[in-house]
Write a protein that binds this ligand. Structure first.
Ligand SMILES: O=C(CO)[C@H](O)[C@H](O)COP(=O)(O)O
Length: 207
């Protein structure tokens, strides 16, 4: 299982610093949506330049104009770009077209999708490289949130998937047992007192 760090920070400088601390322990470096909105796609270019050997993930969360938005992110240096599962099929197909033109991949983020299993199968058929079983930061803050619903959906969908939504040292083994291809950790790394140690421990907990 791959490990992805989600950098929900607000400046390119902070992202470069964090990526420098954790890159040796992660496979995929994600520029979070707030970072891309605050700093622009030049942040993607800066991270790819600093870490050419890593998979760079631009969390665009595109809802419309799939081909155009994916194209500009791939041109900026992204290897993987997200489109929302709630978007129209044509938006996802447009993103996949751009991905094929760049020999890169679209990840469909199932945040806010009620029936994640059905939508996962649909978007995989449209050409998504994998789906993200995702509960966002706001959903995680609701009382009673736990990760198990995402893990069950991933097991049931039988398509390649990542899991994001409060993945940490306590839960990452269950993410792996559920068969996830990628575990995404944001706050568990960037919010830790020692992000490098946190990433190292997450890496050591999986195979
Ligand atoms: O995409 C996101 C929010 O929309 C986050 O990057 C994702 O949820 C991972 O962060 P965390 O591990 O802190 O939940």
């Amino acid at each position: 299982m791959k490990l992805q760090v989600a950098m929900d920070l607000l400046t390119t400088e902070a992202a470069l610093e964090l990526a420098g601390q954790v890159a040796e322990y992660v496979d995929i470096i994600e520029l979070g949506t707030p970072l891309i909105k605050a700093a622009g796609l030049s942040a993607v270019t800066a991270i790819k330049k600093a870490h050419p050997d890593k998979i760079v993930f631009a969390d665009m969360k595109t809802m419309d104009a799939g081909e155009l938005e994916a194209d500009i992110a791939f041109k900026a240096g992204a290897d993987l770009v997200t489109i929302l599962g709630t978007a129209d099929d044509s938006t996802i197909a447009g993103g996949v077209k751009a991905a094929k033109a760049h020999n890169k991949g679209i990840v469909v983020d199932l945040i806010g999708v009620a029936d994640k299993v059905t939508r996962a199968k649909e978007v995989r058929a449209l050409g998504a490289k994998f789906v993200e079983m995702h509960a966002g930061l706001d959903e995680q803050a609701k009382p009673g949130y736990d990760l198990n619903g995402l893990l069950r959906a991933g097991e049931e969908a039988r398509v390649p998937f990542s899991v994001a939504g409060g993945v940490n040292l306590t839960t990452i083994e269950a993410v792996q047992r559920a068969g996830a291809d990628v575990a995404v950790a944001g706050g568990a790394i960037y919010g830790a007192a020692d992000p490098a140690l946190a990433a190292k421990q997450l890496r050591a907990a999986i195979s």
